[in-house]
Design a protein around this ligand. Structure first.
Ligand SMILES: *Cc1c(COP(=O)(O)O)cnc(C)c1O
Length: 468
C-alpha cells in the first residue's frame, strides 16, 4: 500500500513514513493510492467480533507492508483495553431508526482517543524499530492536548510538550493534561492567549535547527493514521446494524472534517453507507459550501461546541482531491487560490456530486440546547453539545425509514457540564475512573509568551535525538 499527496508533487510513501511525516513536503495530505476493499463476506464476518478483532481486519491492508501482523495485533489490543466500556464504541438506540454511537469511553472522554491511543503506540513502535526519537509539540485550547498527552504518556521514543493559555482552559480540561505525571510529558502554561500558543508552536516548527536537534513532530488531525483508525467504528456500527445487506447512514458533528472523511473512506472501501450528514455549529463553512458550491471563509465565533469552532477544515482537502479527479496540480491551484482569496468555487457539477452522498445542516447554540433538552426528555440520555449538533443535523435532513441513522456522540456530557445542566437541569457526573480528577496532583511549568524562553525549555527537557 502506497500513499500519495493530494498536491501531487511529494514522493509516494509507505505507511511507516506517512505515519511519522504527517504533512507531505508539498503541503498536501496523504491518501492511499487505492482503497483496499471490504468484501460482503468480510463485513458479514465482523458481526459478533470484538472491536480489536474488527480493527485488525479493517486496518491490516493499510499497514501490512510496514508492520508485523502479530505486533500490530498486540498494539491494537493494548490501545483499546483501557477503555471503560467493553464494546469500546457501543450503540444506543434513541428511536426506531436512530442510534447513538458512543465514542467517549477512552481516557479523555472524547472520540479523538479512538485514533490517538493507537497512533501514539504505532509512533513508538516505528521509532523504536528505526532507533529514532521524536519531540511532539502542540498548542491546545482544551481538548486535543489531553488526547495527545494520553496517547504519548510513558512512550519510550517520544517526548511531548503541550502549550495551553494560562487560566483560559476549563479546570477539567487543564487537569486532564496536568495530572499526567510522566517524565516524557511537559505541560506549559503560557502567559498569553491560545493564538499566542499557536504562534509559538508555528515559530518553533519554522526553526530549522530546533526541528533537527529535537526531531520535531506533530500528531495533528491531518495525519493519515488518525483517519485510518477512525474508519473502524463506522464498520463495526454498520455490521452491528445489518451491513452488508442493509445500508446505514451517519450523522457526524464536524470541525476539521477528519471524522466524517473516515466515514467516506469506509464507503470507498465498500461499506454500504447511504448518506453522510455533516453537522455544523455556527461556524458553518462546510454547510454553506454544500448548499452554495462556494467555500468561503468567515470569522470563527465561539460556541457551546468549541471543538468545532473552526473555519478551515483541513481534512476537506482529501475530499476535494477526489472531487477534482485526484489531480494533484488542480488541488494545488485550488488550495493556493483559497489561501489567497478566502474563497473557492467548487462548481455546480462537483457540488452536485458531493450532494449525492452528503447532507449538511447548521445548528446554533439555541438549537444545540434544545436538542440536549429533547433527547433527555424523550430518551433519558444526557448528550454533550457536540453530539447534539450531530443529532439536530440528522433530524433536519430528509431520511429514509429503511436506513438506520447512526449519530456520533463525540464527547462525554460530563466534559461540558454547564451546557448540559442549562439544557436539562441535570449536572452530569464524571465517570467513576475520573471521579478524583479534581484532587489529583498537577504538574506544569508557567512560561512567558516569549519564543526564546519556550525554545530553551524544550531544548533542555527533550531527550537527545538522532532523528533524520
Ligand atoms: C475534534 C472534535 C470534533 C470535530 O471532529 P473533526 O474530525 O475535526 O471533524 C467534534 N466533536 C468533538 C467532541 C471533538 O473533540
Amino acid at each position: 500500500m502506497k500513499y500519495q499527496s493530494t498536491r501531487g508533487r511529494a514522493l509516494a510513501l509507505d505507511f511507516e513514513d506517512v505515519l511519522v511525516t504527517g504533512l507531505a513536503t508539498d503541503g498536501g495530505l496523504y491518501v492511499p493510492t487505492e482503497w483496499p476493499k471490504l468484501t460482503a463476506e468480510t463485513i458479514a464476518g465482523l458481526a459478533g467480533k470484538s472491536y480489536a478483532e474488527a480493527a485488525q481486519t479493517v486496518m491490516w491492508p493499510f499497514v501490512s507492508e510496514s508492520i508485523d501482523r502479530a505486533a500490530f495485533a498486540a498494539i491494537i489490543e493494548d490501545s483499546y483495553v483501557g477503555f471503560d466500556h467493553q464494546a469500546v464504541a457501543p450503540l444506543k438506540q434513541l428511536d426506531s431508526d436512530l442510534w447513538l454511537m458512543e465514542l467517549f469511553h477512552g481516557p479523555t472522554m472524547a472520540f479523538k482517543d479512538y485514533a490517538l491511543q493507537l497512533v501514539g503506540r504505532l509512533f513508538d513502535h516505528v521509532l523504536a524499530k528505526r532507533g529514532e526519537r521524536r519531540t511532539i509539540i502542540g498548542a491546545t485550547s482544551g481538548d486535543t492536548g489531553s488526547a495527545a498527552i494520553e496517547a504519548c504518556r510513558g512512550r519510550e521514543s517520544v517526548d511531548i510538550f503541550i502549550l495551553h493559555p494560562q487560566g483560559r482552559v476549563s479546570e477539567v480540561q487543564r487537569r486532564q493534561m496536568t495530572t499526567v505525571i510522566e517524565p516524557n510529558v511537559h505541560n506549559i502554561a503560557i502567559e498569553g492567549s491560545f493564538d499566542d500558543c499557536q504562534d509559538l508552536v508555528k515559530a518553533m516548527f519554522a526553526d530549522t535547527a530546533l526541528r533537527r536537534d529535537v526531531g520535531l513532530s506533530a500528531v495533528n488531525s491531518i495525519n493519515w493514521a488518525r483517519i485510518m483508525a477512525q474508519i473502524v467504528y463506522y464498520v463495526t456500527a454498520a455490521a452491528a446494524l445489518g451491513a452488508p445487506q442493509r445500508p446505514v447512514a451517519f450523522a457526524v458533528p464536524t470541525g476539521n472534517f477528519g471524522n466524517i472523511y473516515a466515514a467516506y473512506a469506509a464507503r470507498e472501501m465498500g461499506l454500504p453507507v447511504a448518506r453522510l450528514v455533516i453537522g455544523s455549529n455556527t461556524n458553518d463553512i462546510l454547510t454553506r459550501t454544500l448548499t452554495t458550491g462556494l467555500m468561503q471563509i468567515d470569522k470563527v465565533v465561539p460556541t457551546l461546541s468549541p471543538s468545532m469552532d473552526i473555519q478551515v477544515s483541513s481534512n476537506f482537502e482529501r475530499l476535494i482531491f477526489d472531487l477534482l479527479d485526484r489531480d494533484g496540480s488542480a488541488v494545488t491551484a485550488a488550495m493556493d487560490a483559497f489561501r489567497e482569496t478566502g474563497r473557492l468555487d467548487l462548481g455546480a457539477d462537483r457540488v452536485g456530486h458531493m450532494r449525492s452522498l452528503f447532507d449538511a445542516a447548521r445548528v446554533d447554540d439555541d438549537g444545540t440546547l434544545a436538542t440536549i433538552h429533547d433527547m433527555y426528555r424523550t430518551t433519558g440520555e444526557l448528550i454533550d453539545p457536540h453530539s447534539a449538533v450531530g443529532i439536530a443535523a440528522a433530524c433536519a435532513v430528509e431520511r429514509s425509514s429503511e436506513v438506520p441513522l447512526v449519530s456520533l456522540a463525540c464527547a462525554h456530557p460530563a466534559k461540558f457540564p454547564d451546557a448540559v445542566e442549562k439544557a436539562t437541569g441535570v449536572r452530569p457526573p464524571l465517570p467513576e475512573r475520573h471521579a478524583d480528577l479534581l484532587e489529583r496532583e498537577e504538574a506544569f511549568t508557567v512560561l512567558p509568551n516569549d519564543l526564546g524562553a519556550v525554545t530553551r525549555f524544550v531544548r533542555d527537557a527533550a531527550r537527545t535525538v538522532q532523528a533524520a
